[in-house]
Write a protein that binds this ligand. Sequence first.
Ligand SMILES: [Ca+2]
Ligand SMILES: [Ca+2]
Ligand SMILES: [Ca+2]
Ligand SMILES: [Ca+2]
Length: 600
Amino acid sequence: MTEALVARRRVLLSIFFVGLLAAPIFLKQPSAFRGVGSETDARSSALSRYGFFLEEVAHSANIDFVHHAPVLDAKLAPIMPEIASMGASVSIVDYDRDGWPDIYVVDSRDGGKNALYHNLRDGTFKDVAAELGIANLNRSGSGVSTGAVWGDYDNDGYEDLLLIKWGRPELYHNDQGRGFTRATEEAGLPSWINANTAVWLDFDGDGLLDLFIGGYYSEDVDLWHVTTTKIMPESFEYAKNGGRKYLFRNLGQGRFEEVSEKLGIDSRRWSLAAGSADLRGSGHPDLFIANDYGVSELYANDGTRFQEVGGQTGIGFAPKSGMSVAFGDILNSGRFAIYVSNISEEGILIQGNNLWVPKEGSSGKDLKYENLAGDFGVELGGWSFGAQFGDLNNDGNLDLFVTNGFVSLDKNRSYWYDFAKVAGGHSSIIADVKNWPAFDNRSLGGYQPKRLWINDGAGKFAEVARAVGVTETYDGRAVALADLWNRGVLDVIVANQNGPLLIYKNTVEPQNAWIEFELEGVTSNRSAIGAQVTLYWGGRLQVQEVSGGSGFAAQNQRRLHFGLGKSDRVDKAVIRWPSGKIQMIEEPAVRQLHKLKEPA
Ligand SMILES: [Ca+2]
Ligand SMILES: [Ca+2]
Ligand SMILES: [Ca+2]
Ligand SMILES: [Ca+2]
């Protein structure tokens, strides 16, 4: 990018940010003209029609976080907006164990600060990252942040921070919520991974959390000092020149051993999102990886080794641009469907998002999936990034929030034609930045409306984003769900690339009941990641699993939230702890959070 362009962009950005600051004033005017009544009407209409509405409250919650994209090597300048298009991330953690979820977000600009928003319980938050030592982590020479996942790797009861970067991954030990101590060297993490995804899982079931990190660009590439411009994928559909994968087995005492190739994970696809859940009912967590420029992969875990079963299960066909992984029992059948987001742009590129639903009658080693995204109505999500399942209206069926939008620059000029030309080219063309026409401030899949699909429980989803109050069109990346104020509803937190962090406070039809479970392992890993709760109520059932990272660069609250509809009674909750122990709770009280410790 030339000096002039940089300057121009800065001016544009500052106009943009000034615009943001001024937005509340401008936004209030039209609603003042409409009268307070119509806003109230819209909300009560959403409440009666869909059972909930969302209200964006970041500013009044004292959160004014804006993400900044990285500025990389000048040799990449012509397509910098495309290359520097990821990094915004959000993860939910109760770092101080006070029972109120806190929010960690990252910046991706050299010198930019990450933030840890401590929940003050009164509707506001306070950024404590600097005083606790986990703010100033984006520095020349060690790369910038692209995401974070929290897990209690030493079982001391406090969630520890694994920060991924395009650069050196970092592990920070949580010192009882009072500060963080860097533990990267003792852990034995590598000096550089261009990572966009990480997930905590206890793959060998020894009670110590292990860690997966997926590379995107090759780990040989330093995006601030490239030695070649041939850093791009060799194909839009079959690229295998991405970053390597890492599986760190937790040895105890804060040490980890890298075992990916030894245990069967040797892919070099361009990973953007990984998620883990026991998909085959084996008692061992499997690993699903959504890859850009290629097919997704499913690594089946038998407790000692992984085997890639994408082909035989059906998820390994139709190469797309996988950017997010989420698991959800959308049919209340006790089985997980898998949602993978991709790209769709009307009239140009319709990959469609995937909803991999287990085929009836198939299970265990013979498990097969079919993509029912079209039938269920959740296929077209724009240039989709983060997506999460959660029961947003507490009616007992899991809904789906999808954020999207790639690069929003000049609204009237599009990069699509040039993009498609290069993407369809020979590997020697596509792999070299030099062959890509300059972006020149054009947009690519920008200014996209978000998708919020509510689930009727019978195989159809209805899109209601606008109707329930989600009208923004930022370049969305990460979505996380959490009951931020312990009200028995799921709030939605969205991190945008080069844009503000949004907090959607949820208001739900009060007649719909709910129940929540917060699990603590004793024999199992203390975070209880991998534990499953199957809830039985009113002739229905639903399974959920505690996750160590899902969506795109995101982590939901570990607490499990179930909506119950109009039922005021739960028959039973069956907990399968990662150790294999089964615990049954008869008639747990509804409208309550149940804190459960693994029984001896
Ligand atoms: Ca807290
Ligand atoms: Ca810990
Ligand atoms: Ca382990
Ligand atoms: Ca629902």
